[in-house]
Design a protein around this ligand. Structure first.
Ligand code: DGT
Ligand code: MG
Ligand code: MG
Ligand code: MG
Ligand code: MG
Length: 282
């Protein structure tokens, strides 16, 4: 029989396993959302419904993939974070990225009409997302990555808020506003907003200024078995967890509430108050 004569093609598939014991961040980003946001007339600079839809789709991704320990979203992007001890899909890059991108996109499309009941989603203006995985070798660098995204959110939002206020409330042309803002510092933008438009930037919504962080909350559960889970096995960075411990952790994560928050993730406080995020336990 010659049924097996085609099987050699399997050997053309290349391994793409991500380094062990490193944080994995899968960042997805809307393709051509500049155009999409125009087409569906998203509010400028921030469309609350569009952001809520991004967050709702991301919550579903967190629920479907209990291995995820935290996610951060801003604009048309979301970063999903797997703990160094994660063994999902044997840490295969392609499988992790494509699963996250397609799960997110499916929920984004499914929920669209709930958030935009008056703007039916129609081809050729359909949302799609790209995605990539990056590994980070330790907690400090993972936190610097998260800080980088939140700083980006702040810088962009201050610029966009000032720009669109000058255009929409100040009646300036896009090019004039752009010209005036060229080379300005944060303090200058705050002053333009306050002196010319009576807007205190600090009073803008937290979701716009800080973006969105998703994580699991365990407080409502009965006393956590942190002790037994922590003592049973060596620290996560030193040894692989057993299959049974991974299952236990996955179960606890599945039961936990996914919280939508708009808070500072740059300072220590956020991480110190929620030690399970960096410890991966549960
Ligand atoms: P890409 O990612 O290279 O395919 O291209 P874009 O167009 O998606 O560019 P990107 O991701 O750098 O920037 C995100 C775009 O999405 C940006 O043009 C503004 C738009 N956008 C995101 N959120 C909002 C929103 O809440 N309101 C409005 N009006 N636009 C938004
Ligand atoms: Mg982009
Ligand atoms: Mg984009
Ligand atoms: Mg983007
Ligand atoms: Mg299959």
């Amino acid at each position: 029989l010659k049924e097996h004569r085609f099987e050699y093609v399997k050997s053309f598939e290349q391994p793409d396993v991500l380094l062990p014991n490193t944080w994995i961040v899968v960042r997805i980003d809307g393709r051509g959302f500049h155009k999409l946001s125009d087409h569906y007339a998203f509010a400028k600079p921030n469309d609350r419904r569009a952001l809520d839809l991004m967050n709702a789709a991301a919550v579903e991704v967190m629920k479907e993939l209990p291995d995820l320990c935290i996610a951060y979203g801003v604009s048309d992007e979301f970063s999903f974070v797997f703990h160094p001890n994660c063994q999902l899909f044997e840490r295969r890059n392609g499988k992790l990225v494509t699963t996250i991108v397609s799960t997110f996109t499916a929920h984004y499309v499914y929920k669209w009409s709930e958030y935009f009941p008056d703007r039916p989603l129609l081809p050729p203006h359909l949302p799609s997302f790209d995605g990539r995985a990056v590994i980070y070798p330790n907690n400090r660098i993972l936190r610097d990555y998260m800080s980088w995204r939140q700083v980006d959110c702040h810088i962009n939002n201050l610029y966009n808020t000032t720009f669109w206020t000058m255009v929409l409330q100040g009646g300036m042309s896009n090019t004039d506003a752009e010209q005036e803002l060229k080379g300005t510092l944060s303090a200058d933008k705050n002053e333009i907003l306050f002196k010319r438009f009576g807007i205190n930037y600090n009073n803008e919504l937290e979701i716009y200024k800080k973006g969105t962080v998703l994580y699991r909350q365990y407080e409502l559960e009965e006393p956590k078995p942190t002790k037994s889970l922590a003592d049973e096995e060596a620290p996560v960075f030193e040894s692989k967890q057993s299959k049974s411990q991974q299952d236990k952790i996955r179960k606890l994560r599945r039961k936990a509430q996914v919280v939508i928050d708009h808070v500072d993730i740059i300072k220590d406080e956020f991480w110190e108050k929620r030690p399970w995020i960096l410890s991966g336990n549960p």
